[in-house]
Write a protein that binds this ligand. Structure first.
Ligand code: TYD
Ligand code: MG
Length: 471
């Protein structure tokens, strides 16, 4: 009996294994499995239930009331503000700025909402120092340093019960009844489910911080994703000041919405025009760079994609990618080689999304291809062009959604043409009307070979131009 008490739990995905392994079968993560005590299985009462009253789909259900935090980027990512009684998980790497963001959020709310900030990681003094830095010290935010879930729940009662509570972080919280250490899957799950249960019953909005941990010594936020209503990830590259808040699950709003922030010495500032920001460091027309007209959530976003194709010094050429999927890069390279006859085999290929953004959209394929071909040939991408479109394995360029929004953003930022997929006939009628007289050229490409032809034509034109200059 005693032997069965032990079980081995992946701290990343929560999968339970019967023996220890170096790599989790379920999620493929390495060194994330640790031994935990099985929860007590005690005698269960005989199942005896009440009949459930069923309801029709149609009925009077008002949209949930929302609280605006005053931080527009945060509110939009949440779907228009925080919903009462909902649980929001804010995940991210340590040091990315989760505590800073949530302190700003509760400070923004505190003018008309009772808010509580419970820190399990930092002493009150540290939180106060941060509040000074953020210039929010005089806001009526109630602070506490606590880690015992029982104590926290007991403090949510009473006439001055809070309406919004921050738990920073869930990995430091523990439930008395469990033997496991704080930060293990068992503790993190138990602590979160207790807190969420109580918060839902009392209509409290719960903001839970969860560190993403690579080593697996702490349970990651993924084990909580199914319990909460909204999952936000706070992302960014170290060394960049941009931070991106991304909603990956939202029961009360859209997903894949992003909010863009800039970390300064006085906290996180909102970035209202992210395209301009992501393009601000662009060095004009250089080879190996293409501007991708992307969509993040509901918002168009222009971002530069940079490629470097360099002769390799190694037997196996390197392929290094930042901000994009490396499998997808391999696919684009294969299509360029097979369908267009270009040769990357003897070259290292580096790909980078400028500004530290991560792109997941397949629409970036064509921009990646343009950057690659540009770097390989040394020809620049046509002046003033944005690029978007999905590439299929046969080299065809496929239409992508929200063409008009992409083009509008490009025009707004002074671009004059787009290399893009052919729009369907009905769409073209509408778009021709909207583009009439705007001086914006749509160069619709059907095949990847058409893109390569643009660079080849530019290469042919150039020597002739230089001849005329000389003569
Ligand atoms: P923090 O919110 O503590 O990160 P997390 O809670 O995700 O671990 O942010 C820590 C980093 O942010 C730290 O490196 C310092 C930096 N920072 C600033 O640059 N400016 C600021 O105004 C604040 C408060 C923090
Ligand atoms: Mg923190």
């Amino acid at each position: 009996m005693a032997k069965n008490d032990a079980r081995f739990v992946c701290q990343d995905c929560g999968a339970v294994h019967r023996k220890w392994m170096g790599r989790c079968d379920a999620c493929g993560a390495w060194n994330t499995i640790i031994e935990e005590q099985a929860p007590e299985a005690g005698p269960r009462p005989a199942p005896k239930g009440r009949r459930i009253a069923f309801e029709p789909l149609k009925g009077e259900s008002a949209p949930p009331p929302r609280r605006q935090t005053g931080i527009g980027e945060f509110d939009r990512v949440c779907g228009g503000g925080l919903v009462a009684g909902s649980a929001v998980l804010v995940g991210g790497d340590p040091g990315i700025g989760k505590s800073t963001l949530l302190l700003q959020v509760v400070a923004g709310l505190s003018t008309n909402t009772r808010v509580l900030y419970i820190s399990g990681e930092e002493a009150i003094d540290q939180v106060r120092l941060r509040a000074q830095r953020l210039a929010v010290v005089d806001r009526p935010v109630s602070l506490a340093a606590a880690t015992n879930v029982g104590d926290v729940i007991a403090s949510l009662d009473g006439r001055d019960a809070p309406e919004v509570v921050v738990i920073d972080s869930i990995q430091t919280m523990y439930v008395d009844a469990l033997d496991s250490a704080p930060g293990t899957v068992a503790q993190v799950r138990a602590a979160a489910s207790e807190l969420i249960r109580v918060a839902k019953r009392r209509g409290i909005t719960l903001l839970i911080v969860g560190h993403v941990t690579k080593e697996g010594t702490l349970a990651g936020p993924r084990v909580l994703e199914h319990m909460v209503d909204t999952v936000l990830y706070f992302e960014g590259e170290r060394g960049h000041q941009f931070r991106i808040l991304r909603s990956v699950k939202n029961r009360f709003g859209p997903t894949d919405e992003i909010g863009v922030f800039e970390m300064s010495d006085r906290g996180l500032g909102e970035v209202h025009n992210p395209s301009a920001l992501f393009l601000s460091e662009r060095r004009g027309d250089v080879s190996g760079a293409a501007v991708f007209a992307g969509i993040e959530g509901t918002r168009p976003l222009l971002v530069e994609i940079q490629a470097l194709v360099a002769p390799t010094g190694l037997g196996t050429p390197r392929r290094a990618v930042v901000g994009w999927d490396s499998g997808r890069l391999a696919m684009i390279l294969a299509v360029l080689e097979t369908r267009c006859g270009l040769v990357f085999g003897g070259s290292d290929v580096y790909l980078n999304v400028a500004g530290g953004l991560r792109i997941g959209e397949p629409a970036a394929d064509l921009a990646v291809a343009a950057a690659l071909v540009s770097s390989l040939t040394g020809e620049i991408v046509p002046h003033g062009a944005v690029v978007f479109g999905e590439i299929g394995l046969s080299g065809e360029i496929r239409a992508v959604g929200q063409t008009e929004a992409r083009l509008k953003e490009a025009q707004k930022l002074g671009f004059t043409q787009a290399l893009m997929p052919a729009v369907s006939r009905s769409g073209r009628a509408a778009s021709a009307a909207s583009a009439a007289g705007s001086g914006f050229a749509r160069r619709e490409l059907a095949e990847l070979a058409d893109l390569v032809a643009i660079f080849a034509a530019a290469a042919q034109r150039r020597p002739r131009q230089s001849e005329t200059v000389r003569s």
